[in-house]
Design a protein around this ligand. Structure first.
Ligand code: NAP
Length: 265
């Protein structure tokens, strides 16, 4: 669906890919509802976006790990907005910790944000989307939603789980005119590694060299919006990561040989 004049709810909008998606969407004439926990960052972004298109932004701060926040936000949005055409489940936290050293409590923290956050918001909004006659659900998974990668066991689990959930939703909701787009980015140049959780569940705090070499965030956002407009079921983004995925599919032994030697940082 063309996004001009559409209403798009974007989670994780306070930085990185979410921020770039907001900018791209507003430039193309969409109205955006922006969610994240950091209200200061959201307000700054709103100011920048409204210089481009006055009245184009609604802020809906929330923590996606808190069901009560989500329920309250959905209530407010559905009372005050005529339609939500597109929901982009983008909020997420990555990981730098080895399987053998990371307690399951940290795994659960990551899944609460990256998987259950998206699922809870989607389920809360879905009845409204169905009543309005349809809409589009977007999930920002990761290339680690397609194959495992060192130091990201819980993150990869959450991203694989998103694939299972949203592919199933696409099948079940087709008749309700709900479309689903799953996005699998490789490394994108954002500060995600700084906010990653380490083995103790603490912010990792380091800008990884691999992260710095990721594709530009603006390119990522532009391609995601294009995929949404073209109603694509899935979008793979990246450089070497896509090659690695082909190896996994077609020559798995070579994938396993290479993937365990690539720097995780
Ligand atoms: N960058 C990459 O290389 C890459 C690659 C593949 C996939 N991805 C995925 O792309 C998405 C965005 O990542 P990014 O690179 O843009 O990272 P980022 O800059 O760290 O952005 C993450 C966003 O998620 C929000 N967030 C985190 N926990 C939240 C919570 N509990 N409730 C609400 N919002 C929360 C953060 O906002 P607050 O802190 O203000 O809440 C922030 O806006 C993530 O799902 C990530 O897994 C990124």
């Amino acid at each position: 669906m063309k996004i001009a004049d559409k209403t798009i709810w974007i989670t994780g909008a306070s930085s990185g890919i979410g921020e770039a998606l907001s900018l791209e969407a507003v430039k193309k004439g969409a109205h955006v509802i922006l969610s994240a926990r950091n209200i200061g960052k959201l307000e700054n972004l709103k100011q920048r976006l409204e210089e481009i298109a006055p009245g184009s932004v609604t802020l809906m701060p929330m923590d996606v790990t808190r069901k009560e926040d989500i329920v309250k936000s959905v209530e407010t949005v559905t009372k005050t907005t005529k339609r939500v055409d597109i929901l982009i489940n983008n909020a997420g936290v990555s990981q730098r910790g080895l399987v053998a050293e990371t307690p399951v409590e940290v795994d659960r923290m990551i899944l609460e944000t990256d998987f259950f956050g998206a699922v809870t918001l989607t389920k809360a909004l879905l009845p409204y989307m169905i009543r309005q006659g349809g809409g589009q659900l977007v999930a920002i998974s990761s290339m680690t939603g397609l194959y495992g990668f060192p130091m990201r066991s819980a993150y990869a689990s959450a991203k694989h789980a998103l694939k299972g959930f949203f592919e199933t939703a696409a099948l079940e909701l087709w008749e309700k005119n709900i479309r689903v787009t799953l996005v699998y980015p490789g490394r994108v140049h954002t500060e995600i590694s700084k906010y990653c959780l380490d083995k103790d569940g603490k912010p990792y705090g380091i800008m990884d060299p691999g992260q710095e070499k990721g594709i530009p965030v603006e390119t990522c956002a532009r391609k995601i919006i294009r995929a949404i407009e073209r109603n694509k079921r899935s979008l793979l983004l990246g450089r070497g990561e896509i090659f690695l995925y082909s190896l996994k599919k077609f020559v798995p032994p070579v994938f396993y040989l290479i993937a365990r030697k690539i720097s995780a940082l």
